[in-house]
Design a protein. Structure first.
Length: 256
C-alpha cells in the first residue's frame, strides 16, 4: 500500500533506547540522525516528509520538507492559529457561543456529533474538541465562524501558501486536486510561531500548547518516546496518509 507520511515517528522508531542519548548529549542532529532516517525510508513504499527543529540550538533536520501532502487533520493547526489571531484582534472570544448547524456535519468521530443541530457551544470548547479528540464537526463550526478565506489569506501573508484550505471536512472526501494541503516545513513554521512570542501573547501560546498536550490520539510519536516525555501534538489520518507533528520536551531540550 502506497502511503503519504509526514512525521518524526519513522525516525524515532529506528533508534534503540540507548541511541536516544544522541539527543540527551546534544550531538548534531544532521550528522547522526539524517543517515539513519534516509536508511529507514529508502525502501518505504510511499512519500515521506520530515521536519525537525531544536528550539534551543536552532538546528534543523529536513527531508522532503517542501513536498506537498494531503493535510488530513493537520489542517486544524492553521485553523487554531487563525482562531487565536482573531481572539487577539478582538473579533471573537473563546467564551462566545456559536450554533452547531446541519451543514457542519462531517465524517469521523468526536463529541459534537452527539448533540442536536441548533445547539450552542462555546468557541473555547469547540477548539479543545478540535485539537484533543480531532472532532471534525467542531472543526467545521470553527471554520465557518472564522472564515476559510481569512485562514488562507493569513497563511499566504506568512509565506505559508502551500498550505491551503480547499474544503470543509466532509462525510466523504473530494477528488485529490481539491483536498486540503500542507507541507512539512509549513507545519514546522506554524509550530515555531506558537513558541516565538512574536505573534501570540504568552497567554494564548500557553493555551494552544496545553491543548495540544491533551491529545487523546497517541499511537504515533508518543509511542516511541521515553515514558513520561512531555509532548503536545496533533495527528492527521486519511486512507493512505499518516501524520503526527508536535512539540517534544526530551532530555531538557525542546523539539518540533
Amino acid at each position: 500500500m502506497y502511503r503519504d507520511v509526514l512525521w518524526l515517528t519513522i525516525g524515532l522508531r529506528s533508534l534503540k533506547d540507548e541511541e536516544l542519548s544522541v539527543l540527551k548529549h546534544r550531538q548534531e542532529l544532521n550528522v547522526y540522525l539524517t543517515p539513519r532516517l534516509l536508511e529507514e525510508i529508502q525502501d518505504f513504499n510511499g512519500k515521506v516528509g520530515i521536519a525537525l527543529y531544536d528550539l534551543d540550538s536552532k538546528e534543523s533536520l529536513l527531508i522532503n520538507e517542501k513536498e506537498v501532502f494531503r493535510a488530513a487533520s493537520l489542517i486544524k493547526i492553521p485553523i487554531m492559529l487563525e482562531l487565536f489571531r482573531q481572539v487577539q484582534a478582538g473579533k471573537v472570544s473563546l467564551s462566545d457561543s456559536v450554533t452547531y448547524n446541519a451543514t457542519d456535519r462531517a465524517g469521523g468521530f468526536g463529541a459534537l456529533q452527539n448533540h442536536r443541530f441548533g445547539t450552542k457551544h462555546k468557541i473555547g470548547q469547540l477548539f479543545e474538541w478540535m485539537i484533543s479528540i480531532s472532532d471534525n464537526n467542531a472543526t467545521n463550526v470553527l471554520m465557518r465562524v472564522l472564515g476559510p478565506a481569512n485562514i488562507n489569506i493569513n497563511l499566504r501573508a506568512q509565506g505559508l501558501g502551500k498550505s491551503e484550505i480547499r474544503h470543509h471536512l466532509p462525510r466523504t472526501y473530494p477528488p485529490e486536486k481539491r483536498r486540503n494541503m500542507t507541507t512539512p516545513i509549513n507545519i514546522l513554521k506554524m509550530f515555531k510561531k506558537i513558541y516565538s512570542g512574536e505573534e501570540y501573547i504568552t497567554e494564548n501560546s500557553k493555551k494552544m500548547i496545553s491543548t495540544l498536550q491533551q491529545q487523546a490520539l497517541n499511537e504515533e510519536i508518543p509511542r516511541y518516546l521515553p515514558k513520561g516525555t512531555s509532548i503536545g501534538h496533533k495527528t492527521g489520518m486519511l486512507s493512505g496518509t499518516v501524520h503526527d507533528v508536535g512539540i517534544v520536551n526530551l532530555y531538557q531540550r525542546r523539539y518540533i
